[in-house]
Write a protein that binds this ligand. Structure first.
Ligand SMILES: C[S@@+](CC[C@H](N)C(=O)[O-])C[C@H]1O[C@@H](n2cnc3c(N)ncnc32)[C@H](O)[C@@H]1O
Length: 277
């Protein structure tokens, strides 16, 4: 991700109007999650090779996801990929035998997901709707996977309440959001505050994240904050862990220390939870 470009996008959008859900949608309509550089002139995957390259890129850099897909049996489960982006995880789940609904706020993401699954002969049901008001049937999913999504919506709490509603009793979910207690949050935030002088324009460590995180909204959570939100809607957290993509968390670290630091202070906070029976 490139902070300079994100900064431009933010100032253009935020300078125009107030922050609301529509601005969130417009941000992502314009910048679908294709894993291309945010500055690239053409970020659109088109061919089967393009989509496969995105899957390879994501899995190669995300040991947490690789382990998840190796260690769990998703076959036969009715699954929701909440905030599907270009459908990379939806297609993986479909290939593993899950019955997948892929939902996203943007038409752009839904169209790319439909194209991705069609080109690869996979069955995925794409739906355009809002995580905060899904309109999907209550108690209808065995598993909700949401990777890097509900911290980008105006109310993470409303999205969690919707997940609680659509999960079957005993159903499970795994969500990833940004982590406050992370090296990335502090290092990038301090860089923009001090080296780029944002502190002199009234920014603090939380608000300066506008310059270094993607999406129109990008709320960060501590572990206790996130589990508190999960419990508040009647869901039961079963595991909370941190992770990060595979580039070293800091330069010149031994592998074991890098792994330890990512599990404690990685930028991605993963919470698994279930709906009690
Ligand atoms: C960082 S991308 C992650 C995409 C995908 N999960 C992945 O890992 O590649 C965030 C996605 O969330 C979607 N999104 C943001 N707010 C949403 C909302 N309120 N409801 C549904 N999707 C939303 C965006 O359109 C975007 O596709």
């Amino acid at each position: 991700m490139t902070a300079g470009r994100l900064f431009e996008v933010h100032t253009v959008v935020k300078g125009e109007t107030t922050i609301d859900a529509e601005r969130n949608r417009l941000w992502w309509e314009r910048m679908p999650m294709s894993y291309a550089d945010w500055q690239a002139a053409d970020r659109e995957p088109r061919t089967e090779e393009d989509f496969l390259a995105i899957e390879d890129y994501l899995l190669a850099r995300s040991p947490f996801l690789t382990d998840l897909f190796k260690s769990r049996n998703f076959a036969g489960l009715r699954m929701l990929d909440l905030g599907c982006g270009v459908g990379v995880l939806s297609c993986l789940l479909s290939r593993l035998g899950a019955d997948v609904t892929a939902m996203d706020l943007t038409q752009h993401a839904v169209d790319l997901t439909a194209r991705n699954s069609h080109l690869r002969n996979l069955t995925v049901q794409p739906v355009r709707t809002d995580a905060e008001n899904m309109g999907l049937a209550s108690a209808s999913f065995d598993f909700v996977l949401s990777w890097g999504v509900i911290h980008h919506t105006p109310s993470t709490e409303r999205a969690l309440a919707e997940i609680a509603r659509i999960l079957k009793p005993g159903g499970r979910a795994l969500i990833m959001v940004y982590h406050t207690t992370s090296i990335v949050y502090y290092l990038r935030g301090l860089y923009w505050l001090l080296a780029r002088g944002k502190i002199f324009h009234g920014y603090n460590l939380r608000t300066v994240q506008d310059f270094c995180a993607d999406g129109f909204y990008h709320r960060h959570f501590t572990g206790p904050e996130l589990t508190g939100c999960v419990e508040a809607v009647g869901l039961r957290p079963t595991r909370v862990t941190a992770t990060q993509q595979d580039a070293p968390i800091l330069p010149f670290l031994p592998v074991a220390l890098d792994r330890y630091l990512k599990e404690k202070f990685g930028w991605y906070l993963v919470c698994e939870f279930e709906r009690p029976r």
